[in-house]
Write a protein that binds this ligand. Structure first.
Ligand code: RIB
Ligand code: CA
Length: 313
């Protein structure tokens, strides 16, 4: 059965890959945009340009929150350029936006779509704002596959991954929502990068979409400090091919006050460790609130992604 999804994103080079993968492998009902890699204006422009170059203009786009719940917005030009999607030459967007704010649109869609799956791959501000506006939203969302956090270390700081770091207060609201969560963090996504060989193969494909993807990945993979990691499409892959990612149940909480660890996802996997039996009498583990990705089959992901990319004009 094809999942009904909404991708909440901050395009973002890898967000674009999530949209391309999600549009072909799920029933992608909408794209909602949020501040993150760049300003809301830019991430929304980038989402519009994406659906236009890929021939996906039938998918509605709604713009969401321009700033985090509490802190000021902070972008990632060092990774994605000042536009949030530096690299390709794309036509100015013409596709109109949904007139509703993305938060209102998410709430409305959750009332219309019986089994809604959310794929948040940017800061979680839109999702948290929807939960705050209508707590009943949690009961209307079947599951979320989130790109964010890490079992090991961060990328925006040694402790924090960018999506969570950009709005840790929103992330905490989401992890406490009770909605079933798959969490795809840096500990697996950094293992899946667009190598020069993969980029050359994509550039050899006879389609306009592939040419734009090649330009996008060239910038994203060669910017100093960038790895070309396929963070966001892995959150889609987690939903459609269980052989790609391995998950373990853990209690995940977010550091929202730490002066050096703000935005860190603390994932309690002690029950999985060999020495848990020795700790059992001392460890009060919270009930797991997420399935956390612990391993990835990078080759299987690329097989899926390249097969899907070959279907685009
Ligand atoms: O840390 C990686 C995440 O931050 C990805 O979603 C990327 O697009 C950026 O938003
Ligand atoms: Ca993103």
């Amino acid at each position: 059965m094809t999942l009904a999804t909404i991708i909440d994103c901050d395009p973002g080079h890898d967000d674009v890959m999530a949209i391309l993968l999600g549009a072909r492998t799920t029933d992608l009902r909408a794209i909602t945009t949020v501040h993150g890699n760049a300003s809301l204006e830019q991430t929304t422009r980038n989402a519009r340009q994406t659906v236009e170059f890929a021939g996906l203009t039938h998918i509605p786009i709604a713009a969401g929150m321009a700033a985090p719940l509490v802190q000021a917005p902070s972008y990632a030009p060092e990774a994605h350029g000042v536009t949030g999607l530096d690299g390709p030459t794309l036509a100015p967007p013409t596709v109109p936006l949904v007139p509703q704010h993305a938060v209102d649109y998410l709430l409305a869609q959750s009332r219309q779509i019986a089994d809604l799956t959310l794929v948040p791959v940017g800061p979680l501000t839109n999702i948290a704002a929807a939960l705050k506006q209508d707590p009943g939203f949690a009961g209307r969302v079947k599951q979320m596959s989130i790109m964010g956090g890490s079992l090991t270390f961060g990328n925006r700081t040694p402790a924090a991954e960018f999506n969570i770091w950009a709005d840790p207060d929103a992330a905490q609201v989401v992890f406490r929502s009770g909605i079933p969560i798959k969490l795809v963090g840096l500990n697996v996504t950094l293992q899946v990068v667009a190598s020069p060989t993969i980029r050359a193969h994509i550039r050899s494909l006879p389609s306009t979409t592939a040419r734009h993807v090649a330009d996008i990945l060239e910038f994203y993979s060669t910017q100093p400090g960038n790895s070309g990691a396929m963070h966001d499409p892995l959150a889609v892959a987690a939903l459609i091919d269980p052989s790609i990612l391995t998950f373990e149940p853990m209690y995940v909480t977010v550091e929202t006050h730490g002066s050096i660890t703000r935005g860190m996802t603390l994932c309690d996997g002690r029950h999985l460790g060999p020495d848990f039996r020795a700790l059992r009498h001392r460890v009060r583990g919270e009930t797991p609130n997420a399935e956390v990705a612990v391993a990835v089959d990078a080759a299987r992901f690329w097989e899926l992604f390249l097969d899907v990319l070959a279907t685009y004009p």
